[in-house]
Design a protein around this ligand. Sequence first.
Ligand code: HEM
Length: 142
Amino acid sequence: MKLLRCRSVRIVLDVTLLAGFIVEFLTREGPDYDLHSWIGVVLIPIIAIHLAGNWRWVTSTFSRRSQHPEWALARFNAVFSVVAAICLVTGFPLWLGWSDNGFWTVTHTVTGFASVVLSLSHLWRNRRRVLTLIRRQRAPAL
Ligand code: HEM
C-alpha cells in the first residue's frame, strides 16, 4: 500500500492506463484481436491497482455523498467504472468465441467507445489533481 502512495508509481500507472485506453481504441478493428484483447487483459489489474490507490477517496465520497464537495466527480467516476467493466467483461465472449450472439458485439462496441470518451473526460475532470501530482514530482528534494 505504501508503494501506491509513491508519486512516481501513481504517475506511471495513470499514464499507462490512459495509453492503454487509447491503444485499445486504435486496435479496435483488428486485424489482430489477440493484441487488442491481451492489452485489455493487462489493463484489468492496472485498473484494480489504480482503484486501490484511490480507495480512500472513493469511500470518503460515498460515505458523505452530497455533503462531499466532489460528490459529482465520484458519481461520474462510478459511471465510468461500470461502463469500463462492462466493456472489459464483454470482450471475453467475443475473443474466445463463447457466443456469436450480436448482443456481445453491440454491448462491447458501445461501452468501448463510451469508455474511451469517459477516460478522456475522467482525465480532464481530474486535471488539477494530475497537475499537482506532476508538479510535486518535479519539486527539488529539501
Ligand atoms: C477498455 C478496454 C477496451 C476497449 C476500449 C475496447 C474497445 C473496442 C471497440 C470500440 C470495439 C469495436 C470495433 C468496431 O467494430 O468498430 C472492440 C472490438 C473487439 N474487442 Fe475490445 N475493447 C476493450 C477491451 C477488450 C477486451 C478485454 C477484449 C477481450 C478480452 C476485447 C476483445 C474485442 C474483440 C474480440 C473485438 C471484435 C468484436 C467483433 O467485431 O466481433 N476488447 N473493442
